[in-house]
Design a protein around this ligand. Structure first.
Ligand code: PGA
Length: 252
């Protein structure tokens, strides 16, 4: 994954029914005619229920398919309601979000997350690994410490870092309209990249995405932040117009 490529990733969360395929259809049409299309990749992560039908549509399209989570066992198990990385791979999923703060709140700890990442990589999935501090940690100046722990405890040197993207999502920024200041964001992205280089003992830079209230009307401010390689977009990815506006305004 070349680092000059930007990623626009739509995290639909609990949204969508089969006819919502119109959203990726419209986005795909936009990308086809966009003169900047060589500069970015688009990934949509619908809920599990839509993966199969979306996967059929996305064959040979410019949008790639991702899942919002996976289970920490593989390939099959007796856990009711669980979906394994192996099952995702067999649906032609190329990406999977792991460690989202929603799932951490529901009980995903660093050990579980590490297992999920390991198994996702084993199945050749690209991992969008979410990290981020909460409002309390931010107030107490514990952002870097929190991020470092999250990275160190769930990543291992032997993991294939070429298949990992880090999504930095401050929890206080998700769905709130509050955005990290550019200076802080830059400092944080540099800190994350440095920590990753230490973990993987590499000089190569791993893509860092930003997530938290990204929209068409605030995307411009990220343009100057070279260290930010893309965006994990929640609310604004549920409408083709909003999602397309984000891409358009980023390159305007
Ligand atoms: P948001 O969500 O864009 O609605 O803030 C981002 C996310 O949770 O991935």
């Amino acid at each position: 994954m070349a680092n000059n490529i930007k990623y626009f990733i739509g995290n639909w969360k609990m949204f969508g029914v089969p006819k919502s395929i119109n959203i990726p259809k419209k986005i795909n049409n936009f990308i086809k005619s966009d003169k900047n299309r060589g500069k970015y990749k688009v990934i949509i992560t619908p809920p599990y229920t839509l993966l199969q039908s979306f996967s059929r549509f996305m064959k040979n399209k410019r949008i790639k398919l991702g899942a919002q989570n996976c289970f920490y066992k593989d390939p099959f198990s007796s856990n009711t309601g669980a979906i394994s990385p192996y099952m995702l791979k067999n649906l032609d999923c190329k990406f999977v979000i792991i460690g989202h703060s929603d799932n951490r709140l529901e009980g995903d700890n660093e050990k579980i997350i590490k297992n999920k990442i390991r198994l996702a990589l084993k199945n050749n999935l690209n991992v969008i690994f979410c990290i981020g501090e909460n409002a309390n940690q931010k107030r107490k100046n514990q952002t870097f410490n929190t991020l470092k722990k999250q990275l160190i405890r769930s990543l291992e040197k032997r993991f294939n870092y070429k298949k990992i993207l880090i999504a930095y999502e401050p929890i206080w920024s998700i769905g709130t309209g509050k955005i990290q200041s550019s200076v802080n964001l830059l400092k944080t992205a540099i800190f994350i990249k440095k920590t990753l280089k230490n973990i993987f003992k590499t000089k190569k830079s791993i893509p860092i995405l930003y997530g938290g209230s990204v929209e068409g009307n605030n995307i411009k401010k990220f343009k100057l932040l070279n260290e930010i390689d893309g965006f994990l977009i929640g609310g604004a990815s549920r409408s083709s117009k909003n999602f397309i506006d984000i891409i358009k305004n980023y390159y305007r």
